[in-house]
Design a protein around this ligand. Structure first.
Ligand SMILES: [Zn+2]
Length: 356
C-alpha cells in the first residue's frame, strides 16, 4: 500500500485540484493521501516527532488474541509508521491485569480488562506513553489498576492519570528525547459506576488540581501535553464542557490538549501557542456500524526549538480506519470524508495550519 501515493506529481495534482476547487467555489478536495510517517521532515536532527492517538481497547475479543500470544496483531497495520516517531501517545481505555484468560466481565461487555500480554503489544508497537485516566480505569477494581501500572512499567511504557498513591495522581509522565523534555498529564471527566471515591486513584478533570500542576512544571519542561477523557459519546459535535476545558488548559500553559472518549473524531482549535484536539476518535477499538466510530485520526506534530524555546511546528492529520487492527486511510473517498469532517469542525485559524 505504501509508495502508491508518494509520487510527487500526484501530491502536486492534489494541490492543483484543491486550488481549482476553491477558485470555482466547489467544495475543497483533500490532497491525495500520503504514506503516513514518510513526510519530508523525517530525520531533522533538531526536531522531535510526536504522534497521538485516541482510544485503545486491548480487552474483550481482541484481548483473547493477546491471551493466545499474538502481541503484534493489534498494531500490525500501523507499526511501520509508529517507528518513524520519537514519542507515540494513546489513551489506554482497558486495564491490563491477570484474570486468567478472562478479558471481559461475563455479566457485562462494558466491563473489561486486557491481559498482561497487552503491555508487550504496546511496547512492540512503539507506543511510548499512555493515559490511564478514563471511565474504565476501575472496571476490574483497584488490584487491576495497580497491575496495569506495574505491567506498563515492566514494558517501559510511560503512563499518566492513575496512581495508587494519591500524591502521585497529578504527576505527569516525563518523556525526554534528545534533551527535549515533554510532560504528559492525563485526566478524566467521567467514571463508570459513579460516586466520588474513584478520585483517590484516577485523576479527575478538576481545574483546581490539574491546572496548578501544569503551571508548576511549565517552566521546567519544553512541552506540556494534557490528555482529556470526556465529552458525550457519539455526539455530532464536541461538548461545550470539552471546548471550555480545552481553552482553559491552553490558557494555563498546556501546549497540546488531546481529547478522547466520544469515540468519534472532532475538529481542532488553536489558541496562543497551544493546540487542542477535541476528539481523536477511535484507534484500536472495534465499534462497527457507524462510519465515525470506525474512523478517527492521529495527530502528528513536529516539535522544534527557536532561540531556546520549544514550539509546536508542523501539525499533520493522519486519517485512520479504526478497529481490532487499524490502518491509515489510503482510499480516496474515505480520506476525503475525514478531511471534510475535520474541516467542518475546526476553527478556521487551526484549519489553516493543518497539513494532510
Ligand atoms: Zn471512555
Amino acid at each position: 500500500m505504501k509508495g502508491v501515493f508518494r509520487i510527487p506529481g500526484a501530491v502536486l495534482a492534489g494541490s492543483v485540484v484543491l486550488f481549482f476547487a476553491v477558485l470555482h467555489g466547489g467544495s475543497p478536495v483533500a490532497p491525495l493521501p500520503v504514506a503516513a510517517g514518510r513526510q519530508a521532515d523525517v530525520g531533522r536532527a533538531t526536531a522531535v516527532r510526536l504522534l497521538a492517538f485516541g482510544d485503545v481497547n486491548l480487552a474483550r475479543r481482541l484481548g483473547q488474541r493477546l491471551v493466545e500470544g499474538d502481541t503484534l496483531y493489534p498494531f500490525e497495520g500501523v507499526k511501520d509508521t509508529l517507528s518513524t516517531y520519537d514519542i507515540v501517545f494513546a489513551n489506554l481505555e482497558s486495564n491490563i491485569s491477570e484474570q486468567h484468560g478472562r478479558t471481559e466481565d461475563p455479566r457485562s461487555n462494558v466491563v473489561f480488562t486486557a491481559p498482561p500480554a497487552a503491555a508487550r503489544a504496546l511496547q512492540r508497537a512503539g507506543i511510548t506513553v499512555v493515559s490511564t485516566a478514563n471511565n474504565h480505569a476501575l472496571d476490574f477494581g483497584l488490584r487491576a489498576l495497580r497491575e496495569t501500572l506495574a505491567f506498563l512499567d515492566s514494558a517501559g511504557v510511560a503512563h499518566a492519570g492513575t496512581a495508587v498513591d494519591a500524591a502521585a495522581l497529578y504527576r505527569p509522565a516525563i518523556v525526554t528525547v534528545r534533551g527535549f523534555r515533554c510532560a504528559f498529564f492525563a485526566v478524566t471527566d467521567i467514571m463508570n459506576g459513579g460516586g466520588d471515591e474513584w478520585k483517590r486513584w484516577v485523576a479527575a478533570a478538576d481545574t483546581a488540581q490539574i491546572f496548578p500542576a501544569v503551571r508548576k512544571i511549565r517552566g521546567n519542561v519544553d512541552l506540556v501535553v494534557l490528555s482529556f477523557h470526556g465529552g458525550d459519546e457519539y455526539a455530532d459535535v464536541a461538548s461545550e464542557r470539552t471546548r471550555w476545558f480545552a481553552r482553559a488548559a491552553l490558557d494555563n500553559g498546556v501546549d497540546i490538549f488531546l481529547g478522547h472518549h466520544p469515540h468519534v473524531p472532532y475538529g481542532i482549535e488553536v489558541r496562543g501557542r497551544g493546540i487542542a484536539v477535541h476528539s481523536l476518535g477511535n484507534f484500536v477499538f472495534k465499534q462497527p456500524g457507524r462510519f465515525w466510530t470506525e474512523h478517527g485520526y492521529a495527530l502528528s506534530c513536529t516539535l522544534t526549538r527557536a532561540g531556546g524555546a520549544a514550539n509546536v511546528g508542523e501539525i499533520r492529520i493522519l486519517p485512520l480506519r479504526a478497529g481490532f487492527q487499524p490502518v491509515f486511510v489510503t482510499e480516496r473517498d474515505e480520506f476525503q470524508k475525514v478531511y471534510d469532517r475535520v474541516r467542518t469542525l475546526s476553527q478556521q485559524q487551526a484549519w489553516e495550519r493543518l497539513k494532510w
